[in-house]
Design a protein around this ligand. Structure first.
Ligand code: NAD
Ligand code: DAU
Length: 348
């Protein structure tokens, strides 16, 4: 099978590319525009694999996409490419709409045009066999929860940040291509990922990096916001499961059953690194900050047989170890533009 992965040089995409090359015989074609979040060093260990092909380019580039579909005879698309950080979407929403919505639509058009069979009848579109478009979405499209309850696939969409609104819009356009043209699709909506290779703008790697450097740890507001943490390797297994067994047109929520308050995670990291809690600094809260996310996993567990393997305790221990053993990787990405981003974001 020839699988087009977009955004494969980012955090989850690079973990997924490696998961697939390790466990299957598929060819993996990775299109990534290498924004600040894309890093080819994430893929160093597979760059010479003869089933792996990298193309630097944007999912908004329609001509590039058409050529790639033809050249590699693409059968599956897994769309990870996105602007993914909520704080950046608050400062500069426009690029989120361009990449996440317009880019996704360009990718859908490329898939539709390449996969539909020639037919005189525009009211009866037929597709090549075994093709599928998987949209990697997020639990943030559902908005925020109170102290109880869970997001199910039936929960209404109520995104609160420009990022989550752009992801909800891309979900809707993917759904529309399924309903209108019959394009075979799945949408996955996942909770917060953590693990190796995550860019240190996100909570866990940012706190590990700051703690190691004895810099203050910026906790937004009271730090009692709750996220449901999923190890990235469990997420990759879930996507691979949806690819193989997902029912056409269905949405699958993916979560780790690991609800934690931000402040608990920050304290845990300090404790594991033997650093003082005096490094914690409560700072101005994020605008429109969602209070709680929690996923109901029932559908993917009962219908597709997936379940998370990592407990949070094991996952965070291994994650901290990975960052300790990969200080050079961290140094590389925090030495350039990251300094400007950090100073601007945290008013240093
Ligand atoms: P990331 O920011 O680490 O990586 C995004 C990748 O997309 C980068 O490699 C970047 O260069 C690439 N990219 C950006 N714009 C592009 C474009 N126009 N064309 C091609 N490539 C482009 O993101 P991530 O954390 O790995 O998230 C991957 C996907 O999973 C995103 O769609 C995100 O919304 C979703 N998601 C993430 C999480 C999480 O906790 N990180 C949770 C749920 C869903
Ligand atoms: O829920 C899935 C989403 O998880 C994904 O769709 C997003 O792509 C991903 O970025 C993530 O969004 P969050 O906003 O939940 O993740 P982030 O790591 O930015 O923040 C996690 C929590 O920690 C959130 O409540 C904000 C808080 N936080 C974050 C940072 C960076 C802090 O308190 N201080 C910080 O410096």
């Amino acid at each position: 099978m020839n699988i087009l992965v977009t955004g494969g040089a980012g955090f989850i995409g690079s973990n997924f590319v490696k998961h697939m090359l390790k466990n299957f015989d598929h060819n993996i074609i990775n299109i990534d525009s290498l924004t600040y979040a894309g890093n080819l060093k994430n893929l160093q260990d597979v760059q010479n694999n003869d089933r792996y092909f990298f193309i630097k380019g944007s999912i908004e580039d329609r001509i590039l996409l058409e050529n790639v579909f033809q050249k590699y005879d693409i059968q599956v698309v897994i769309n990870f490419a996105a602007e993914s950080h909520v704080d950046r979407s608050i400062s500069d929403p426009e690029i989120f709409l361009n990449t996440n919505v317009i880019g996704t639509q360009a990718l859908l058009d490329a898939a539709l045009n390449y996969w539909k069979s020639e037919s005189e009848n525009k009211y009866d579109i037929k597709f090549k066999d075994e093709v599928k478009f998987i949209q990697i979405s997020t639990d943030e499209v559902y908005g925020t929860l109170g102290e109880t309850g869970y997001f199910t696939e039936e929960t209404g969409l109520a995104p609160n940040s420009p990022y989550s609104a752009s992801k909800a819009a891309s979900d809707m356009i993917v759904r529309a291509y399924h309903e209108t043209y019959g394009l075979p699709i799945n949408i996955t909506r996942c909770s917060n990922n953590y693990g190796p290779l995550q860019f240190p703008e996100k909570l866990i790697p940012l706190m590990i990096n700051n703690a190691l450097k004895e810099k203050s740890l910026p906790v937004y507001g009271d730090g009692c916001q709750v996220r449901d943490w999923l190890h990235v390797k469990d997420h990759c297994r879930a996507i691979d499961c949806v690819l193989r067994y997902g029912k056409n047109g269905e949405i699958y929520n993916i979560g780790g059953n690991n609800e934690k308050k931000n402040i608990e995670i920050v304290r845990l990291i300090l404790n594991k690194l033997d650093k003082s809690e005096s490094l914690i600094k409560h700072v101005q809260d994020r605008l429109g900050h969602d209070r709680r996310y929690a996923i109901d996993n029932t559908k993917i567990m009962s219908e597709l047989g997936w379940s998370p393997e990592y407990s949070f305790e094991e996952g965070i221990q291994k994650t901290i170890k990975w960052y300790l053993e990969n200080e050079e990787w961290m140094e590389d990405i925090t030495s350039g533009d990251y300094i400007n981003y950090y100073d601007h974001m945290y008013n240093c």
